[in-house]
Each structure stands twice: as structure tokens, then as C-alpha cells.
Design a protein around this ligand. Sequence first.
Ligand code: CP
Ligand code: NVA
Length: 309
Amino acid sequence: MQNFINIKDISSKNLRDILIDAKKRKRLRKKFDFLDIDSSAPLKGKLLIQMFEKSSLRTRLSFYLAIKQLGGSVLTLRPDELHLSKGGESIGDTAKILSSFGNIFMLRTDSDKKLNEFKEHLSIPIINGLSPSSHPTQILSDIFTIEELKKRPIKKLNITWIGDCNNVLNSLIAASVKFNFNLTIGCPKDYKPNSSILKWLNKRKKKIAIFNDAIKAANNADVILTDKVISINDKVNKKKKLAKFKNFVVTQKVINKAKKNCIFLHCLPRGSEVDESVFTSKQSKVWQQAANRVHVQKSIILYCLGKLR
Ligand code: CP
Ligand code: NVA
């Protein structure tokens, strides 16, 4: 059994194996409907329990379909219905019950500490469905989408992130080490990536470029990614933060600095960090990106349960 909490804690080989499995599975589903089960039904009889302490559309739906397509089933818990949320039961006891009723647990939470406490007490795998410090399932899926569209391993591509240095970027930074690709970041000077991820990078002697200029960051990019300036439950002065990012909107001018066939990705939901014209352009592959979450989620679940082919 394996957990899937942070990209930095998973080996490059295991991450690559997940992507290889996802590619094979996606190919085999060409004529399948959403709820058709993969022919071998590898997770028949298995239950995924998922809980969202923060809003979610894509992660919720993609985990639902993922386990269903593998032949298993899913139960989505509402945190406000558990004793845990009101302090009426400990994480330890909650984890013990989850472990005796289900096979795998997926949690989206506002607390990295909580994720780790669950990990300590569960005897089933846990998947991080987004935490303040990372969004690993999103980034692994985005690498899948990039390689699918570009038809090349990501290590041969220039990847650029423009905007807030948040949980999604932390996972992208970790992935730049695991998959060995060029990463460039464009962000305001007071909003650089957090020091712990930069220290982690330095230890691994990985260099990334950080510019206080969106146009410079976009130069020669094969892929440009961004995300909302204000993340869910961000406790910041929204007006002030948005003002700081006014020069870090992905506009057509920014895209024009990238390679001609550059693609634009956004994990969604979106805010004002990308112009409508870019978002709806041919170069924008955001819907394919979102749909791929199902395929990669399936292989992540299989990896956690020791059932990758
Ligand atoms: N990208 C993503 O995780 O979307 P949701 O917040 O809707 O799950
Ligand atoms: N950075 C965003 C990602 C949403 C999928 C957030 O944490 O809200």
C-alpha cells in the first residue's frame, strides 16, 4: 500500500509508471461510456471514501468516475456530518473507522497537519485531493495532458508558470525535479515560491528561473500554466493581492512571446488571471486537461492499492 500525498515523496519511476498505466487505460476506453467498467474490473468490491473540506467540482467528479470505472464504488462524506468536524471525535478514531469500512481515503483539506495525522492513523492509503501546500493529483494529470498534446516527454519541453506561487505551483516545482523539465516562473517579487520548496530544490541542485515579469517568463515556452490569484479560503486582502498581480495576467501579448505552438493550461476554476481571448483560443487545452483527471486518478488509485499493471 502507498500513500499519494506529495509529488516530492514519490519516486520518478513510480510517477512514470502511473502515467504509463493511465495512457494504456485511456486508449482502451475509446468506445466506453462514463460508467462502463474497464474490462478487468481491477477494483471490484473496493470502496473509495472521499471527503472535501473545501469546494470541489473536478476532483470530486473525477475520483467518482475513476473508482467506478475500475469496478469499485465511492462514498462521499460531508465533513459537517462527521463528529470529527465539531471536535466530537478524534482523527485517530475517525481514521480507524475509515480503515475498517473502506479500502482507500481521499481528502481535500485546509490543513497539511490534518492530512499527516490521518496518514499516521489510517491503515489504508490516503490521497491528497488538495491541501494548502500541494495539489499532486492535478499536476500529475497535467503532465499527462502535456505529453499527450505535445507527443514528447516533458523533459524536452519548456514549462512556464505565470501567477500566484500556490499549492498547484508547489507540486509543479516538485514535478520539475522528478521529471527533470525546465521550469520558469513569472510572479510579483513579493510573491515568490515559498522558501521550503526552494530549499528542497536547492538541495537537489535543480535550477528554475524566476522573473518578476510575465513577458520574460513566457519567452520560448512550450506550455504556459496559471491558476487563480485567490485560492479557496485564502485569508488575504483580496483587493490588494489582485492589484499586485495586475501585470501577471496571461494575455495574448504574453502568449505571443512563447513558441508558436505553445499550449495554455489552467487547473480551473478560473478568475481574472487569464484573458477571455486566451482562455477560449485554440491554444487553450483546459477542457481536455480537466477530462484527463479521470484517467490519471484511476492509475493513482491503482498505484496506492499496489495494483498497477
Ligand atoms: N482543479 C481542481 O482541483 O478543481 P476542483 O477544485 O473543482 O476539484
Ligand atoms: N490554488 C487553487 C486550486 C484549486 C483547484 C486553490 O487552492 O483554491
